[in-house]
Each structure stands twice: as C-alpha cells, then as structure tokens.
Ligand binder design. Structure first.
Ligand code: G3I
Length: 331
C-alpha cells in the first residue's frame, strides 16, 4: 500500500537489499520486487542442472528473463552458483561409456561451464557464488565428500576461482556456505579461505547464507564470523537470509500461523540482525533474503514436508510485518 516505504530505499546508505526469485515469483511478486528490492538472485534457475542439463546444451531462457527484469528495474544481480555438490547433473561426472569422468575431463567441463555462463553474463552479474557449501558439517571432516572433491581433489576449489576470475576479472567472487556462524564450521571456512588468500587465489568475499531461526545462531557468533572472515580481507554478503519461525527441533505441523511467542521472537531477531548488519556496513556489501514474502519459501518443505513457515519481513499478502517496521526504524 501507498504509505509503506521501500525497504531498499531506506537502506540506500548501507547495502543493496536482495531477494531470491524463481520463475513463478518473478511474475506473481513483481510489484513487491520492484518496490522493496534492488538486487536479485535466482533461487534455482542458474544452477548447473538448469543451465546445462546436457553436455553443451545450455538453457538460458529463465535466467535471461530474470536478468532482464533486473536491468529493467535498476537492480543488481548476484549469481548462484557455479560449483556445488547439489543440483549438478550426473553426466558431469560420467564419461560416455558410463565410467567415472577423469580429472582432466572434469576440469574441462568445469571450465566450459564457468566460462560459458559467466561469459554470457559478464558485466551484468557483478558477484558470483563460485563455490557453494564445500566445507563438511562433520567434526572429523574438513571438506565435504563430493564428486568434485573425489574426482579432482582439493584444488577443485582454487581451480574454480581461477577460471571464474579469468572469465570475468571484474566480478566479485564468493565462497558461500551455511552454518557459517557455528564456531567449528566457521574455523573450517576460515582455514579454507585463508589458504586460498595465501596462495593468491582470486577470492573476494564470503557469503553467509544466513538460514537462521528464532533462537540460533547467537548475535555474538554471527559477529565473530563476520570479524573472522573480514580479517582475511574478505567482503561479506548475506546471501540467503531467512529466519525460520520454528526452532530447529520444533517439528510441529499443526500451526496455521506462528504463535504469538514465535512471532515476537522473530521480530526481535530481525531487529538485532539488521542492527548488526548496519554496524558492519563497510564490510557487508549486500543482504539478500532467500525469497520475497511469506507466501512462498523453500522452508515450507524443510525440515518437515508440507508445513508452513513464515521466515520473512513481508507477510503472505506482501504486507509489512512487525519485523519490517523494526528493521527500518533506525534513522
Ligand atoms: O522442478 C522440479 C519439478 O519439476 C518437480 O515436479 C518437483 C518435485 O519435487 O521438484 C522440482 O524441483 C525442486 C526444485 O527445488 C524447484 O522447485 C526440487 O525438488 C527441490 O529439491 C529444489 O529445492 C531447492 C534446493 O535448493 C535444492 O537443493 C530449493 O528450491 C532452493 O531454495 C534451495 O536453495 C538452497 C541454495 O541453493 C543453497 N543453500 C541452501 C538453500 C536452501 O536449501
């Protein structure tokens, strides 16, 4: 409605405010997008399986449509994502005769994918999640077991960044991960990024996915993560923010809306998170929500299928929630 201010305008002296879109919400929520957001990310449409479902058969229609919407509306665009263990088709890791691809061929496929995709969008996508979620969540493990790691070896990460930089030297290149504020995982991410920086691998930032909830992680842990990554000279982008209305262990499926307590906690959390982001405005160069409004979120199916979540600052009708008013109340 008319007297609701534009979120990204309120944040113009801080950082762009982004939303993840998909081919449906790009249309159904176009007015909300144009009003509140000045940065876009594709929720799925720029992942490997969508851009190159078969070898050398690239499908750019949906991605192009998003890019065009962004340029028509003066929005920035973050690319997500080039090298990931998930949503990557089987052919990538397989030779024509069905055997596992050789290291050399996999590196060639990686290079072909990165140079084709980044090359197409050179100058239009200013920041890329080059490698996504390569660190393990297991205490005993450093890098996550994946086809990329097993076939290429640990240097699949540095190779990806080098290929990306070669394709678009002006793009800001990110390592992106979740549980990024958990001290144990944080130290592993730190160790990875430090080793890249020491070897002069072109990396410019760390993406904090920020899939958070009403009680975790603590503000202190987020602050420590920001400080730690920034100490390596990295810029920080908040890349996939949502604040689940449920605690991780809360598996209730019978709620038709958040309880008052859940809603209050969520409001308070959003207030604290954005206060922290503003404090680090010299380091944080973008804040993106992993969706637009409570009408759609991937969390409706995670970790419990078919349960609603309400993880954003705009409600199911696209109207501001209490949290919206709190995060713009700082002038
Ligand atoms: O497109 C198919 C459709 O044809 C099919 O009928 C349907 C049946 O399940 O599935 C559809 O694909 C789904 C796809 O989203 C598009 O909606 C997949 O099953 C589903 O697994 C996929 O989930 C995505 C998930 O990444 C996959 O890992 C979520 O939308 C997306 O929000 C989520 O995003 C990730 C980030 O990329 C990385 N960080 C974590 C984040 C949340 O998991």
């Amino acid at each position: 409605s008319m007297n609701v201010p534009s979120l990204h305008s309120i944040y113009k002296d801080y950082f762009p405010i982004g939303a993840a879109v998909n081919s449906t919400t790009l249309h159904s929520d176009k007015d909300l997008l144009a009003k509140h957001f000045n940065s876009l990310t594709a929720e799925n449409e720029m992942k490997f399986e969508n851009l190159q479902p078969k070898e050398n058969e690239f499908t750019f229609d949906k991605a192009d449509e998003m890019l065009n919407f962004a340029s028509d509306n003066n929005m920035k665009f973050r690319g997500h994502t080039l090298v990931w263990h998930n949503q990557t088709p089987e052919w990538v890791f397989t030779e024509n005769d069905g055997s596992t691809v050789t290291r050399e061929n996999l590196l060639n496929r990686m290079e072909n994918h990165i140079s084709t995709v980044m090359g197409r969008y050179k100058g239009r996508i200013y920041s890329w999640d080059v490698v996504n979620e390569a660190i393990s969540d297991e205490s005993s493990e450093f890098l996550r077991k994946s086809n990329w790691l097993e076939i290429i070896g640990e240097d699949f990460i540095s190779k990806a960044f080098e290929m990306a930089h070669k394709t678009d030297p002006a793009a800001a290149l990110f390592y992106n991960d979740y549980n990024e504020s958990n001290p144990e995982k944080r130290e592993k991410i730190y160790r990875l990024v430090k080793s890249l920086v020491e070897r002069e691998v072109p990396i410019h930032g760390v993406g904090l996915q920020a899939h958070w909830n009403v009680s975790q992680p603590s503000i202190d842990h987020i602050r420590e993560a920001i400080e730690r990554y920034a100490s390596l000279g990295m810029q920080i982008q908040i890349t996939e923010m949502d604040v689940s209305a449920f605690d991780w262990d809360d598996r209730r499926t019978d709620l038709t809306k958040p309880t008052e307590k859940m809603a209050e906690m969520q409001t308070r959390r959003f207030e604290e998170f954005f206060q922290l982001f503003r404090e680090y405005k010299e380091i944080i160069t973008s804040v993106t929500f992993w969706g637009i409004s409570d009408s759609y979120t991937w969390l409706n199916d995670f970790p419990v299928k078919g349960r609603k979540n309400w993880p954003f600052v705009l409600d199911e009708k696209g109207e501001p929630k209490e949290s919206f008013w709190k995060i713009i109340d700082f002038k």
